[in-house]
Structure formats: C-alpha cells, structure tokens
Design a protein around this ligand. Structure first.
Ligand code: CU
Length: 125
C-alpha cells in the first residue's frame, strides 16, 4: 500500500510539471524544432509497452502514456535516477515531460513485477 501512495504522489507531481511546461512543449511541436525534444506516444498494456524502441532529439521530451490496461503503469527513466516521467491509471492517458541530453536510456514500468516485460530503449540524439 505504501508503494501505491508514493506512486500517486509522484503522479500528482508529474501533472504539476506537465501543467507548467505544457506551452513550451506545444511550441516545440508547432515549430518542428528537431533540436529540442519530441513528443513520444507510448501505449502501456498488461504487461507491455508499445513501442519498445523510441527516439527523440535532446531537450525537453514529452511522453504521452496511453494506459489501455486494467492496472496502473508508469514510464521511468533508469539513467535519470529512476525518474517517473509519467504515471497513468487504468484507462487513462497521461502526459509528462523530462529533459534529456543525447544518449541511450532505458525506460521501464516501476510498478512491482512489471519491469520483466515492460522495458525498452530510448535513443536521444
Ligand atoms: Cu506497468
């Protein structure tokens, strides 16, 4: 139960970050600025991510997590101190942002037991 509470708090924090950065992310998309991030659409199900290979430009990256499953899922970047970028409850689509330098990152779902099949690679150039 404690784990669930922590996840809920992190999700709330992610929503606040999204609200603050929403305009910036929109501008990046509208301008098609290839040097500043991207919007990544990721489907989370029970228990998978689709796709498992993502790519983006360095900068502010927006992750839209569409949870089509029956349990909660999140999107965590291992190399960024296991930061929860976004969390989505069952049936929810949630958006989070993270700023990343160029590199290869591992993303995964941190809900207990999920990572075994919910893990992928994010290439940032
Ligand atoms: Cu999950």
């Amino acid at each position: 139960m404690k784990r669930t509470r922590i996840t809920t708090i992190l999700a709330a924090a992610a929503l606040v970050v999204t609200a603050c950065n929403g305009d910036d992310a929109g501008d990046a998309d509208a301008n098609g600025d290839a040097t500043n991030g991207a919007t990544l659409q990721v489907e989370a199900g029970d228990l998978y991510f689709e796709p498992e290979e993502l790519s983006a430009s360095a900068g502010e990256i927006e992750v839209v997590l569409d949870n089509v499953g029956d349990v909660e899922h999140d999107f965590v970047i291992e190399e960024e101190d296991d930061t929860v970028v976004v969390h989505a409850d069952p049936g929810e689509t949630a958006t989070g942002t993270i700023t990343l330098d160029a590199g290869t990152y591992t993303f995964y779902c941190s809900i207990p037991g999920h990572r075994a099949t919910m893990e992928g690679v994010l290439e940032v150039s």
